[in-house]
Design a protein around this ligand. Structure first.
Ligand code: ATP
Ligand code: MG
Length: 156
């Protein structure tokens, strides 16, 4: 078991900064798994990460209905998944989760939908409302690296 690191994110800008710090470490084959309740800031983090590797003006819609959006990253594609609507873990194969990791990187919201079939080389980031404050008032992020992410955590 790898150790989780906890970070306080007091503003949406802090969430974006974490996204950019993860982007700086991202390589082909990497998964970034973003968990946490509705409205926790998963898409906000994904957007900042993708913009850091594409362009600051990149449109990064939440893939709630399309399940996946892909982007041309620096030398490899980046796939942004939102698995909230996935009915069964097996559907992840059909929508190309593992294929995306063969050719590039994947940012995955609602990774719980994959059940046991989580990518081995992944950085888990759990976002939650800060315990002592209201829902609009800040978040806490817990980062847990697995596989090749161990020893390669984002610097903040
Ligand atoms: N550290 C933070 N402090 C306060 N608000 C934040 C923080 N980070 C993000 N937010 C805000 O939380 C709101 C919800 O963010 P977002 O849509 O990214 O959530 P989500 O986790 O993707 O939700 P869903 O599961 O519904 O897709 C946004 O308005 C965003 O700006
Ligand atoms: Mg979202």
């Amino acid at each position: 078991m790898t150790a989780a690191r906890t970070l306080a994110l007091s503003t949406p800008e802090a969430t974006a900064k974490l996204g950019r710090a993860v982007a700086a470490k991202l390589r082909a084959g990497d998964a970034v798994c973003l968990s946490g309740p509705l409205g926790a800031g998963k898409s906000a983090l994904a957007r900042a990460l993708i913009r850091a590797l594409t362009s600051p003006d990149e449109e990064v819609p939440s893939p709630t209905f399309t399940l996946v959006q892909t982007y041309d990253g620096p030398g490899f594609p980046i796939a942004h998944f939102d698995l909230y609507r996935l009915a069964a873990p097996e559907e992840a194969v059909e929508i190309g989760v593992y294929e995306a990791l063969d050719i590039g990187a994947a940012v995955i919201e609602w990774p719980e939908r994959l059940g046991a079939a989580l990518p081995a080389d992944r950085l888990d980031i759990r976002l939650e409302p800060a315990p002592d404050r209201g829902a609009s008032e800040g978040r806490v992020a817990s980062l847990t690296p697995w596989g090749t992410w161990i020893g390669r955590e984002p610097s903040l």
